[in-house]
Design a binder for this molecule. Structure first.
Ligand code: MEV
Length: 446
């Protein structure tokens, strides 16, 4: 394939229509008008609303709609929520709703925020006497904190700020490499900008102070700041959620074929497998994140940050393991999820995206701690729903049922054909080929 025309200067300066025409011509080899109409079909009718969306990113040509659903009946810490969930995966919202309803009559979800500390790092190179650096750092630590007062004062008024700074020696593993690790409380904001601004200032101050100090030799003064950035690993921004009940209150499963005790043990065994085997743990935690990401996205938070942190936390002891745990003790079944969730309820997209604002309103305008509690509950519900299906009737039955509409759409089924397919497959195994054959048979008949 020739790349004539495929390389462009100033793409960002083109208008939306020109951008679309250019990709249609050079990459889609399609009629530019048809392509334009397709993309334009997803533009917001309201020009101001579209302008807002365009501003969130760069080189925007259209919007990419994903379903926004509601999982009702979530009782969390004694309060009932209708939880907003944004996901493209069929069966995620239904599974969360089912689990929410199941636990609604069994005491609901108990969520507790264990800590809310966030972390940032100044990575730097220092070629000199280690002891001198450590003693100097002890002397200037409070000055560093005082030196960012203009950045921290507003945050302090809200109850946040810098909790501590620590100098860490990495020279055993990387020559001359040290790190200032900062511990921050960012209250209701995710705090990325706040943390990064403080860190960059620390980097400048550290260099300036070392250069100005007579303690250091000329060589030692050549401090090299490598980078200043928050860490998305926040093991001390932790929330724990639990559901529990007497084993017999779990009821029976698979039309009475599985007793409450058997079910409890199956769930416990399934969790145990995800604790000992990383292959299973990855899928198990993916199920947890199906729920977590959906709410994180619906509330305008950064799901990549939450994801990467969760997975690092899952291997904090050196092996990737389940984020949830299950115990059966003295006749009580308990299922818990503990993970770090660094999110915010003010600033960023949370207050800019109209649907993120609505999601937060739907949740009663929670503060960050309350939102962490809700998100953890949805993660636990999702995990419970997946394990309940997997250990009883299997995942495909429910999953394919939810997926049936998608499969029908794949074959351009009419509403009438889809409705007929739902009835037909009510008690049958669903597969793509079975649905195709069924739709073909309907069309042949008519
Ligand atoms: C599918 O998106 C998620 C599951 O695979 C999770 C699990 O296996 O626990 C069903």
């Amino acid at each position: 394939m020739s790349d004539d025309g495929q390389i462009i200067a100033g793409f960002s300066k083109l208008g939306k229509r020109e951008k679309i025409k250019w990709i249609a011509k050079n990459f889609l080899y399609a009629n530019p008008i048809e392509v334009l109409n397709e993309f334009a079909g997803f533009w917001h009718d309201n020009i101001e609303a579209q302008k807002l969306l365009d501003g969130f990113s760069e080189n925007t040509i259209t919007n990419f709609p994903v379903p926004f659903g509601i999982a009702p009946n979530f009782m969390i810490n004694g309060k009932v929520f209708a939880v907003p969930m944004v996901t493209e995966e069929s069966s995620v919202v239904a599974a969360a709703s089912n689990a929410a309803k199941f636990w609604l009559t069994r005491g609901g979800f108990e969520s507790t925020v264990l800590s809310t500390v966030k972390i940032g790092q100044v990575h730097f190179i220092y070629r000199g006497q280690k002891e001198k650096l450590f003693s100097f750092f002890r002397d200037i630590k409070q000055d560093l904190i005082a030196g960012v007062k203009s950045i921290t004062s507003k945050m302090e008024e809200r109850g946040g700020g810098i909790k501590d700074l620590e100098l860490i020696d990495f020279t055993e593993t990387e020559k001359d490499y040290y790190q200032i690790r900062g511990y921050f409380e960012t209250v209701d904001s995710m705090g990325a900008n706040f943390i990064n601004s403080c860190l960059e200032e620390f980097g400048v101050m550290l260099t300036d102070k070392i250069v100005a100090s007579p303690q250091f030799t000329d060589q030692e003064k050549e401090v090299e700041i490598i980078m200043c950035i928050l860490s998305n690993y926040t093991p001390e921004c932790l929330v724990k959620c639990e559901v529990s009940c007497k084993v017999e209150e779990l009821g029976t499963f698979d039309d009475g074929r599985i007793s409450a005790q058997e079910f409890a043990e199956k769930i416990k065994r399934a969790v145990r497998i995800a604790i000992i085997d990383p292959y299973r743990a990855t899928t198990h935690n993916k199920g947890v994140m199906n729920g977590i990401d959906s709410v994180v996205i619906a509330t305008g938070n950064d799901f990549r940050a939450v994801e990467s942190c969760a997975h690092t936390y899952a291997c904090r002891d050196g092996q990737y393991r389940s984020l949830s745990d299950c115990t059966i003790s003295d006749g009580i079944f308990s299922f818990t999820l503990t993970l770090p969730i660094a999110i915010g309820t003010v600033g960023g997209l949370t207050s800019l995206h109209p649907l993120a604002k609505r999601s937060l309103e739907l949740l009663g305008n929670p503060n960050a701690r309350q939102l962490m509690e809700v998100i953890a509950a949805v993660g636990l519900a999702q995990n419970f729903a997946a394990l309940r299906s997997l250990t009883t009737v299997g995942i495909q039955k429910g999953h394919m049922k939810m997926h049936l509409t998608n499969i029908c759409a794949q074959f351009q089924a009419t509403d009438e054909e889809t409705e007929k397919a739902k009835v037909h497959f009510g008690d049958k195994t669903i597969s793509v080929s079975a649905v195709r054959d069924y739709i073909d048979s309907l069309r042949t008949k008519s």
